[in-house]
Design a protein around this ligand. Sequence first.
Ligand code: ACO
Length: 440
Amino acid sequence: MVAKGESGKRSKRRTGRSDSLTVRDNRTLREYVLPLERGALRATELRQIKVSETDPGLLSYDPAFQNTASCQSAVTYLDGAAGILRYRGYPIEELAEKKSYLEVAYLLIHGTLPRPSELAEWTHQITYHTMVHENVKKFMDGFHHDAHPMGMMVSTLAALSTFYPEAKKVHDATLRERQIHRLVAKIPTIAAFAYRHSIGMAYIYPSNDLGYATNFLAMMYRPSWTTHYDPDPVLAKALDTLFVLHADHEQNCSTNAMRVAGSSHADPYVASAAASAALYGPLHGGANEQVVRMLQEVGSKENIPKLIRQVKSGKRRLMGFGHRVYKSYDPRARIIKRVADSVFSVTGRNRLIDIALGLEEVALSDDYFIRRHLYPNVDFYSGIIYQAMGFPTDMFPVLFAIPRMSGWLAQWQEMLLDEEQKIARPRQLYVGASLRHVPG
Ligand code: ACO
């Protein structure tokens, strides 16, 4: 029996293309012609596939979104098989070499590289929104001295929502732009305050005469008894490049959290707190911290085979290796290796880099890793650089969150302006008890 009629014809008219999929339901022997768009099947098309009139229709089941596109996006292009990453069409290699983080943040959010006048205005807006309300300091003072800076950052981002109640008006373009300025500007300040709090030192206020990365380094490291601090320009440039590399990475765990929280029209402060919380985990932005702990534990190249044995026997994971999408070398890891050389020219060589390089060499020639397409990801080398620059291990995920804010905001705004998007609400396959009654 062929029942392609209704949906098949309607869909063909709608798309005007012959791209389609013919599906035969072996339960009913019916055949359906389902339209394909951009090489994808719209999951709601499956609803017409039913075994009876009362059947709600076929669902797709995809735990952890392994093969589901949740949106259309024009922000970041990633080809995991070829190791390609582009922001708004520009290769990450060219952006890392030729553009500053603030230019890249503008690009992600506005879709085009800024003209000189636009860059001047954008830089001004970001620079003049770096200060936080004095009450934010008091609020941060309430954290215990050994609180993890990422926990402090997640909470403080959420708390900003209470300082800017107009941020709720997420459909007002002017107000949205203002919150974007605030979030991109304030996240380094919050990050640095979290660090200063953890070491019991006075907070250093932002300086309007410093660049984005330089200002952050000054807020982190400037002694409180002086008003002057000159971070090494090589280190500031290296940090800025790391910010470029971390700015966006299409629909990853934290970006998805930003979109999901934002889809209920929650304000961007609480939505980015949700995104930061997702980033915190050791399988995502917390991996760079775990990499350094793992390399420290290995201690010397002689112990690499022991670690590899533990990984291959399933006792642990090789942190900084593997990626849901990249099945070849992460292009960011390649650029980061070069950044490492420039940083070490100032700080001296971090001995962990030799263990990391040795580990990479062994892993890339081992059948276990080859068969599973496990290559170093961005986090394998970033932590080593951060450590050489003097950042404590706890701060590594925070250093990831600072630049990722621009990506989260670009994706959040795109989601709000996308007429197809609605509140995110996945379905489930219920596997619990069938109807039963409470006794008595
Ligand atoms: N070490 C050892 N084995 C691994 C690793 C690893 N790092 N990553 C994946 N594998 C193995 C799995 O054991 C599995 O093997 P199996 O088929 O024999 O069961 C196979 O490779 C596939 O692994 P999955 O867990 O299904 O892959 P998934 O796409 O779900 O996970 C992830 C991706 C989370 C990044 C994973 O590779 C991982 O845990 N890596 C270590 C943590 C890390 O570096 N995270 C940072 C990611 S990049 C970022 O967020 C910026």
